[in-house]
Design a protein around this ligand. Sequence first.
Ligand SMILES: Nc1ncnc2c1ncn2[C@@H]1O[C@H](COP(=O)(O)OP(=O)(O)OP(=O)(O)O)[C@@H](O)[C@H]1O
Length: 351
Amino acid sequence: MNANGQVPAAVDAAATSAPALVVRDLEKRYGRGDGAVTALDGVSFEVARGSVVGLLGPNGAGKTTALKSALGLLLPDAGTVSVMGVDVASDPKRAYRHVGAMLEGARNVYWRLTPRENLRFFASLQGLPQTEARAAYHDQLLETVDLADRAGDSLNDFSQGMKQKVALACTLARETPVVFLDEPTLGLDVEATRNLRERVRALADEEGRTVVLSSHDMDVVQAVCDRVVIMNEGRVVADDEVDSLVGLFRTREYAVTVDGSADTVRAALDGAFEPTAFRELAERTAFEVTVPDDRFYDLTDALRGAGLQVSSMSAVEPDLEEAFLRLTERGGETPRTAERVAPTPGPEGER
Ligand SMILES: Nc1ncnc2c1ncn2[C@@H]1O[C@H](COP(=O)(O)OP(=O)(O)OP(=O)(O)O)[C@@H](O)[C@H]1O
C-alpha cells in the first residue's frame, strides 16, 4: 500500500482498463544517409498492469530510445505509445502524469535540499497532499535506499551513489501507477540492491503499480521480473515470462558421465553431436553436450551402441543470463529459438 493505503495516483477515465504500457510498431533512425543508425526497427510490446517487466538487450539494442519514446522525450519516426491508455504523442502531459522515470544519467534531485525535503517536493509536484501517512511512506522509501539516518542532511555532502538512491526514492515518491527504472542498481551496494529488489516487488504486489526495468544485472532481473522483453539491434527478439525463457534451454544441454574413455565418446558422437568440456576421471569421462529436443534418444543410442554405459546424466540448469546470451548472440538476425517466444498480438491479461 502507498501513503493513502490504496493503489496510488488517480487514474483518469480513459485509462481504466488499458494495459499500463502499449508500444506499437516503433521506428526510429538517428542521422541520415550512409551514417544513419536504425535504433528501433518495428518494436512492439505490451506491459500488463501490476507487473514487473524487464527491458533487456546488449549495448545499443535500442532500450533507452524505446523508453524515451514511451516518455515522450523523443519523437519516433513511426509507431505509437500509450501509457495507461493515454496516447503519449497526442497528450504527453496527461500521459506523463501516470509515469515516473529514473533514466540513466539523469539524476534530478536538489542538492540543497535534504532527502526528506526532496521526497516532499516531488510528491507535491504530483499534487499529493502532505499527510502523516505520506510522511510515513517517505520514511519507508528512505529505509529502502538505506538513507533513513541521513534523511535530514543536505545532499551537498552526499556521494554519487547516495544521490542516486535519493533520485530513486524521489521517482517512487511521485506515486505514479507506472514506473520506469533504467539501471536502478548501478552503483548501489549489496544491501541497497537487496532492498530495491524487495521494494520493486512490493510496488507491484502490494501497491498494484507497474514497473518497467532496464538492467544489465541479470540476477536482479531474474529475481524481480514477471516477464522480460529482450531487444537486439532495434528489434524485439523475445517477449515472455522469465521462467519460460529460462526453460527454453533447460532440456537442451546435458552433463553426462560414462564408463569409458574420452576417445570412445568422441568416436561415438562426433559428426552427430558436439560434445565439449571433457574431463577424464578414473575409468570414466565427463562431458557436456547440447541436444535438440527430438534427438535425445539418438544420443543415448549412440553411446550405448559404442558400449559406453551412462553413469550419470543431468540437464545443465540455465539461468536468465544464459537465455539472454543465446537470444542475442546472433546479431541482428532473429535467433531461431526466439520464434517460439516472439510476442503474440493481443491484450495481456489484467492482474
Ligand atoms: N542521439 C543519438 N544520435 C545518434 N545515434 C544514437 C543516438 N542515441 C542512440 N543512438 C544509437 O542508437 C542505437 C540504440 O541506442 P540506445 O541508446 O537506444 O541503446 P541501449 O539499448 O539503450 O544501449 P545501452 O545499453 O548501451 O544504454 C545505438 O546504435 C546508438 O549508437
